[in-house]
Design a protein around this ligand. Structure first.
Ligand code: DOR
Ligand code: ZN
Length: 343
């Protein structure tokens, strides 16, 4: 197969950042996706409906004229989020709220310290039909970084599901066989997003032959057995797995640093890379479900009506991108070949 046409896809997990960065990130997603869930870990974080609506209008302003792309803004849960915040967010049309365990990742210091205290907020979300999006990693210093996702599932996710069984939950950017199995065997209202980097790479790619800062993201890349399990899960056809790039730009200097930031800026190349993975797995027929159907269905939204076409036509990802007024970004897969191109 040298050409594939699918329903226009959506990205259920993206970091657009703010201000000057939006001129790069919003068009990069809008070129291919119809909708993207916009993560709220800004500085300061998007903690209420008012901030979310203001962010939504900045995202809209950055959308290329004539493109009907829609960024779906989300709420950032903190220790002081109230049930009233949830009610107001729902009234404002916000579909989901994000749980960052405090200190788990970029701009998560305002996140939640004690998840067990969040039950009333989760109950309010369930009552409002709002989705809970989870960065599923514990942050305890005694838990090895490679075990943080698995431990989160055991200690917290199982409990949340037990205590608030009607809450719709997306375990974001899963990285382990354990997470894939947990989601696959879990209730219907539990799903997961998977990034291109966790399908394409494992921790050897990050660490063997020299450290690759542009492959550093959180949750961190795991062993190859986990990569294989994720590749199997997304190509299984299960509607519990859908596209979420976790596209997360950081300036080149901040990644190539003695304390490098976590995140891969994949928006300019993500769909093409997913196609490459599905092609390698001989499962191109499963790409449309993963990229364009399962997420919309889980969120209870209409599927997109238009289509996009990918052709087998190798190209090289640019080494760097210039962000006017800010500096350089190294996109994910920079300088490497991608076998599929957007027509
Ligand atoms: O690698 C990551 N980067 N993981 C996250 O969870 C956050 C993201 C970011 O905002 O940079
Ligand atoms: Zn993210």
């Amino acid at each position: 197969m040298n050409e594939i046409t699918i329903t226009r896809p959506d990205d259920w997990h993206a970091h657009f950042r703010d201000e000057l960065m939006l001129k790069e990130t919003v068009p990069a997603s809008a070129r291919v996706f119809a909708r993207s869930i916009a993560m709220p870990n800004l500085k300061p974080p998007v903690v209420n409906a008012k901030m979310a609506l203001e962010y939504e209008s900045r995202l809209k302003e950055a959308t290329p004229k004539g493109n009907d792309f829609k960024a779906l803004v989300t709420l950032y849960l903190t220790n002081t989020t109230t049930t009233q915040d949830i009610i107001e967010a729902k009234e404002a049309g916000i579909l989901a709220a994000k749980l960052y365990p405090s200190g788990a990742t970029t701009n998560s210091s305002a996140g939640v310290n004690d998840i067990s205290k969040m039950t009333p907020v989760f109950e309010a979300m369930a009552a409002q039909g709002m989705l809970l999006l989870i960065h599923g990693e514990v942050t305890n210093s005694d838990i090895d970084i490679f075990d943080r996702e698995k431990t989160f599932i055991e200690r917290y996710l199982s409990k949340i599901i037990e205590e608030v069984p009607s809450l719709k939950i997306v375990l974001e950017h899963i990285t382990t066989k354990d997470a894939a199995e947990f989601v696959m065997n879990g209730p219907d209202n539990l799903a997961a997003t998977v990034t291109p980097q966790h399908l394409l790479l494992n921790r050897n790619d990050l660490l063997v032959g020299g450290i690759k800062p542009h492959y550093y993201c959180l949750p961190i890349l795991k062993r190859n057995i986990h990569q294989e399990a994720l590749r199997k899960a997304v190509t299984s056809g299960s509607s519990k797995f859908f596209l979420g790039t976790d596209s997360a730009p950081h300036m080149k200097n901040d990644k190539e640093s003695d304390c490098g930031c976590a995140g891969c800026y994949s928006a300019p190349v993500a769909l093409e890379l997913y196609a490459q993975v599905f092609d390698e797995m001989d499962a191109l027929d499963k790409l449309e479900g993963f990229a364009s159907h399962h997420g919309a269905d889980f969120y209870g939204l209409e599927r997109n009506k238009d289509t996009i076409t990918l052709v087998r036509d190798p190209w090289s990802v640019p080494q760097e991108l210039e962000i006017p007024g800010k500096g350089k970004i190294v996109p994910f897969w920079s300088g490497q070949q991608v076998s599929w191109r957007l027509k």
